[in-house]
Design a protein around this ligand. Structure first.
Ligand code: GDP
Ligand code: ZN
Length: 301
């Protein structure tokens, strides 16, 4: 599905034709916990009659990016489905690199099951040592990191290669998402500014979500709200699993539902003390843990 707006969906059929379709009335898809049934990236089964098409079924998704529906805490807003790659674009400066923010995005990608690629942009603004240190930390964990400077034309080819299939770029405003895409395809316009968020107060967002063709076989998701993707519904005791380098240690603590805060004999804390887990990643974990515990309290407390 290419585009959705106010109940109408634009689809590419197997034969390449683009049609506009409506959802079949009364279509069900299991327990209703999301705000919309079909989202961009979805594969659907349609019945066509002349120029009109009806979506009869949304196929099972390989992954989905979601956020908590604004004003409706029990519902999730799925923003895009079946993504092949999630580019986590961060800048060294303007805005400053923030490891807790990157750790949050990485955890979201881990939970969603979308392969992440870290892009550290604006490397022209800091020394090579700092770039190597920041990138090295994530490379050590096993993540792919591309260092780039749109200004100097560095790393653009790597970003182009990392983008394939259905892709989405997320990261703080000003990190350089539009600039990177523009360097790959001049004139490419990503509408990431969430104007609708500010004005609609989350009731009915009528702004379209769409997939924009970057190359003949690469689409980029342009979805209002992609900036507010969030980690929701992760039980505090499962959060460690979203930090891959914690897993071998977390496994040892598992029997006691250890949250790795101050428990005696905690293998994660031992790994932190020995340097096998970095201070900054542990801080990123604690940030998210606080939020997960808070979500638990408001939901059940
Ligand atoms: P977005 O909000 O993530 O889409 O960020 P933009 O692409 O709009 O970029 C924000 C600002 O950063 C713009 O003024 C760009 O010209 C600038 N910018 C983007 N990439 C670089 C870079 O590699 N180096 C420097 N110095 N500035 C950059
Ligand atoms: Zn532990």
């Amino acid at each position: 599905m290419l585009r959705s707006e106010a109940g109408f969906c634009q689809l590419v059929l197997d034969d390449g034709r683009v049609v506009t379709a409506r959802l079949l009335k009364g279509m069900k898809s299991g327990p209703r916990e999301t705000t919309t049934l079909a989202v961009i990236g979805d594969r659907v089964r349609v019945a066509t009659r002349g120029a009109s098409a009806v979506i009869e079924e949304v196929c099972e998704r390989s992954n989905e990016l979601s956020r908590q529906a604004p004003g409706r805490p029990a519902l999730r807003d799925v923003l895009a489905a079946n993504l092949d790659v999630l580019l986590l674009v961060q800048s060294t400066r303007n805005p400053d690199f923030n490891s807790a923010r990157l750790d949050r995005f990485l955890a979201i990608a881990e939970q969603a099951g979308v392969p992440p690629v870290v892009v550290l942009n604006k490397i022209d603004l800091v020394g090579a040592e700092e770039v190597a240190r920041v990138a090295g930390e994530y490379v050590t964990i096993g993540y792919r990191v591309i260092t780039s400077s749109v200004k100097q034309g560095v790393g653009i080819e790597e970003v182009r290669e990392a983008l394939h299939g259905l892709a989405a770029l997320v990261g703080p405003s000003g990190a350089g998402k539009s600039s990177l895409l523009n360097a790959i395809k001049p004139g490419f316009r990503l509408r990431t500014a969430d104007v609708s968020e500010a004005t609609s107060k989350g009731r009915h967002t009528t702004v379209a979500s769409e997939l924009l063709a970057l190359t003949p076989d690469t689409y980029v998701a342009d979805t209002p709200g992609l900036r507010s993707i969030a980690l929701t519904g992760v039980p505090p005791e499962d959060l460690d699993w979203l930090f891959p380098e914690f897993r071998p240690f977390a496994r040892e603590c598992r029997f006691g539902n250890c949250l790795h805060q101050q428990e005696t004999g905690c293998a994660v804390l031992e790994a932190l003390a020995s340097g096998a887990i970095s201070q900054s990643r542990y801080a990123g974990y604690r940030h998210l843990l606080e939020e997960a515990l808070e979500q638990d309290r408001t939901q059940y407390g």
